[in-house]
Design a protein around this ligand. Structure first.
Ligand code: 5GP
Ligand code: ZN
Length: 137
């Protein structure tokens, strides 16, 4: 993709700080880290979002995230790690080349807090669950 920043990185047009590379994936430090050690893991081929990516890549992606996640924890001394992945603008996606955020977390760092909502009644939950199940078929 000609106007994609992550494709441009792979083509050597934009500098970045790499932490991992394989035939299918690469990972680098996010330029705007939520905490130091915030890494993005990215398929080398351009897929706009998770729904466009072939599921066959999922196994390698998960095993690499496990390895990378443990390494980030060890290197940063973090007590925890968030994996975050945004699809489409309303969900916060800003770069439209699929990627996963691996974010080291420290007790009391106050990041990624959200206020839980609630359902009005059980019927509402049952109806919604049925609609989601139906949409999967
Ligand atoms: P999104 O909101 O799409 O899930 O996340 C995009 C991420 O890409 C952001 O966290 C942002 O800091 C990171 N990012 C955007 N441009 C660059 C860049 O040029 N270099 C690096 N290393 N990260 C970038
Ligand atoms: Zn791309």
């Amino acid at each position: 993709m000609s106007d994609c920043i992550f494709c441009a990185m792979q083509q050597g047009k934009i500098p970045f700080v790499e932490v991992f590379s394989s035939d299918n994936l690469f990972a680098f430090l996010d330029i705007g880290p939520l905490n130091h050690g915030h890494v993005l893991i990215v398929p080398k081929k351009h897929y706009a979002n998770m729904f466009d990516m072939p599921s066959e890549l999922g196994c390698e992606l998960l095993s690499t995230m496990q390895l990378l996640g443990k390494a980030i924890i060890e290197a940063t001394g973090a007590g925890g790690l968030n994996v975050v992945q945004n699809n489409f603008s309303p969900a916060g996606q800003a770069v439209f080349h699929v990627h996963w955020h691996l974010i080291p977390r420290f007790e009391g760092d106050g990041l990624l807090k959200w206020t839980p909502g609630k359902y009005d009644h059980n019927e509402q939950m049952l109806k919604l669950a049925a609609e989601i199940s139906r949409a999967m078929k």
